[in-house]
Write a protein that binds this ligand. Structure first.
Ligand code: HEM
Length: 149
């Protein structure tokens, strides 16, 4: 059963990260301003719901495994172990990523189809860049956790 949960977790990670890599690439490769506007206008909301769905699946399956492997006990009795350190760091990064995602989506939906202020642009682009980089770091920690389980 837990194998199905891990499978779903990895599927969700590929969808969640794959989506962000594609949009990141589009931002760089699609230089035509009007084409970019049109693509984001149509793709934006769908992308938002798509990513929200997979992030919720990541949390649900991640927490299921967290309790299955009794991480609360590991944090209590072996807080200095490598496993506890890796999981603790991964949770902090995933927490930061989740907050950044909420901020990014709030601005995206609030300003959809409208001109953005400079501040909104900076926060929106900064958060998506940070989410992108944090994702790459999370994979590293995820592999470390699996190696030490
Ligand atoms: C953006 C969010 C997340 C991403 C991209 C992500 C990614 C991954 C990936 C790719 C693996 C598989 C690693 C491997 O097989 O080598 C993994 C494993 C794992 N994740 Fe996550 N994860 C996320 C969130 C979470 C959360 C929120 C939790 C816990 C609350 C969690 C707990 C775990 C655990 C316990 C494993 C190890 C399971 C096992 O190897 O059997 N993850 N994660």
């Amino acid at each position: 059963m837990i194998k199905v949960v891990l499978y779903t977790h990895i599927l969700a990670a590929t969808a969640w990260i794959g989506g962000s890599v594609l949009l990141f690439a589009l931002g760089i490769l699609l230089r035509d301003r009007s084409a970019q506007k049109a693509v984001y206008a149509h793709l934006g909301p769908i992308y938002g719901y798509f990513e929200t769905f997979w992030l919720i699946v990541l949390w649900a399956t991640g927490l299921t495994m967290f309790f299955h492997y009794d991480f609360p006990n590991i944090f209590t009795h072996a807080p200095d172990s490598l496993l506890a350190q890796l999981m603790g760091t991964k949770l902090i990064i995933v927490g930061a990523l989740t907050v950044l995602t909420i901020i990014h989506m709030y601005i995206a939906f609030k300003t959809h189809g409208m001109e953005r202020t400079t501040l909104q642009n900076i926060i929106s682009r900064g958060s998506s860049m940070a989410i992108f980089i944090l994702n790459l770091v999370i994979i590293w920690y995820a592999i470390g956790i699996r190696d030490n389980l």
